[in-house]
Ligand binder design. Structure first.
Ligand SMILES: [Zn+2]
Length: 183
């Protein structure tokens, strides 16, 4: 057995975790490390409220709405590209996200989002209703968006640091930068 396969107990929950992973995460397993990350905790709590609170997304503060929508946008693109972003519920937040990228001074990302929108919806506004949006998307093969996906993936991630700073400034997470090491 090589050193890299060796397991140590997670300092938080005691579950076995590889030495390599533990050394990267302050001796913690992936789950405990994530639970210590205030941005992970924040996003999880926002998802919970959007899915389970009676007013859902509308129950969030303006700052939380923006943080949630832009984080969802980033995650959907990273996961499945622009086609997936528009296909899923995330596409309903298009206007908020496009404006938010302006507020966050992220013109390159905003430009890609806008071009993706034009590929699928041309001049029409992005339908907020998911079924209407999906109906419209039938005409558009996901591969039409490949180039824009690739451009997004090749850009440095400027959005995440801005989202983190925004969450701290607006008091969505504690202003303590101690958790930054979780990166
Ligand atoms: Zn653990």
């Amino acid at each position: 057995m090589s050193t890299l396969d060796e397991k140590v107990p997670c300092v938080e929950c005691g579950k076995p975790v590889s030495v390599k992973l533990a050394s990267k995460r302050n001796g913690m397993c992936l789950r405990c490390s994530a639970n210590r990350n205030p941005f992970f905790v924040l996003y999880s709590s926002l998802i919970d409220r959007v899915c389970h609170a009676p007013e859902g997304f509308e129950s969030l503060s303006e700052a939380a709405k923006l943080y949630y929508a832009l984080t969802l946008f980033r995650n959907e693109i990273n996961n499945g590209g622009f086609h997936q972003f528009f296909f899923n519920s995330s596409g309903s937040y298009y206007d908020l996200i496009e404006n938010g990228l302006g507020t966050f001074d992220d013109p390159q990302t905003r430009e890609l989002l806008h071009r993706a929108k034009e590929v699928i919806f041309a001049e029409m506004p992005v339908p907020v209703d998911m079924e209407v949006r999906r109906e419209r998307m039938r005409e558009c093969a996901p591969s039409n968006l490949d180039e824009l996906d690739q451009r997004f993936y090749s850009m440095p991630d400027t959005l995440t640091p801005k989202l983190k700073a925004f969450a701290r400034e607006r008091g969505l997470v504690s202003a303590e930068p101690a958790s930054e090491q979780q990166g």
